[in-house]
Design a binder for this molecule. Sequence first.
Ligand SMILES: Cc1ncc(C[n+]2csc(CCOP(=O)(O)OP(=O)(O)O)c2C)c(N)n1
Length: 389
Amino acid sequence: MIHAEQHVIQIMEQAGINFVATLPCDRTKNLLPLIGKSFEEIELTREEDGLGICAGAWLSNARPMMIIQSSGLGNMLGALASLNVASAIPIPVLASWRGVYKEGIDSQIPFGKHLPAILEGAGIHYSIIDKTETLFLLSEAIQDAFKHCRPHVALVSPKLWEASSCTAWQENPPPVIQARPATDTESLLPIPQPEMTRYEAISSLGNLLDHQIIVANLGVPSKELFAVYDRPLNYYMMGSMGLASSIGFGISRFTNKNVIVLEGDGSILMNPNALITIGQYQPCNLTIVVMDNACYGSTGSQRTYTQKKMDLEFLARACGFKNTARVCKAGDLNQKIQEFEQQRELSLIHVIIKPGNSSCPNISLTPAEITKRFKACLENRFSQQAVSF
Ligand SMILES: Cc1ncc(C[n+]2csc(CCOP(=O)(O)OP(=O)(O)O)c2C)c(N)n1
């Protein structure tokens, strides 16, 4: 007889899963060592970030899934609705359901016990799995997510693993901290005075863009890109603030094309976890361009902490980005993008810009239309490439 953990792996394999974003729960500790052996795995630092990464992977034709603790659903509910539901992006989630069965940690109970009602209220489909006989529901949950392009959460009770004699966790040696050099901050330049607006910076990119994929931050940055240079290879974010780099990273895992993310300082500061994870995996075809106007430009230019002490290039270095630059002129921005693209190394360009928005109209596509158009374009280019080789 196979263990429940092996059974889960089999179900995922049969469902064609090829990419899994994980964050540990004590109850799934025997399952997790098996994931990396069977699938490409990304280890997360926050669950919401995983939604962006998996969305990007799916846009780029992967078949992703998440394995998390149920408490993490609280960290990602907004993005489940504003990214996955609104944009029709599938994501099956196996959530180790805490707070309801032989729970030893009181703090798990308040959220865990209300989870079915919370998911129901948010319009998120879910299934409950509490024994091997109901594991077929995991297969159905995965199929449902991909068939209907929506999230489906499988709430898996600790009861499922109770009888398992799987010892995968014990076989895994605990990690050891390695000695390594400190972050190089010596070559960082002072933060210059801004010389151009976001609109001028985006307009200057027009000449450069050809084969690259662009993921644009939500709000005015997306509207400005749409106004100056709309094309199917642009992915405009319409919600899920903070996930632009995560989406770009997910896309970059399954394409050879260069991916440029047009980020904002407010959005990076909302989800610095994206940089932390990206720095670990060092995708060589990803360039993050952070347009730092020191404010939340799209909502009335309320200041962000980059106006005070926060240095985003320093943050990127600390996260493991070796190729970074700070620019304030359009010519330098273009030159750096080209230089970094040719080097084929993970990079981040910190662009110091003036606050201010242009008066661009709203994007005339729905989130689902943006998704469909982008994915179709990527698929098309892939098949064209396959023919020409
Ligand atoms: C979770 C969440 N909080 C707040 C908002 C409101 N909001 C939309 S755009 C935005 C500002 C984004 O600022 P930044 O990333 O710096 O880009 P900028 O508009 O300045 O170019 C905010 C706060 C939101 N959409 N989602």
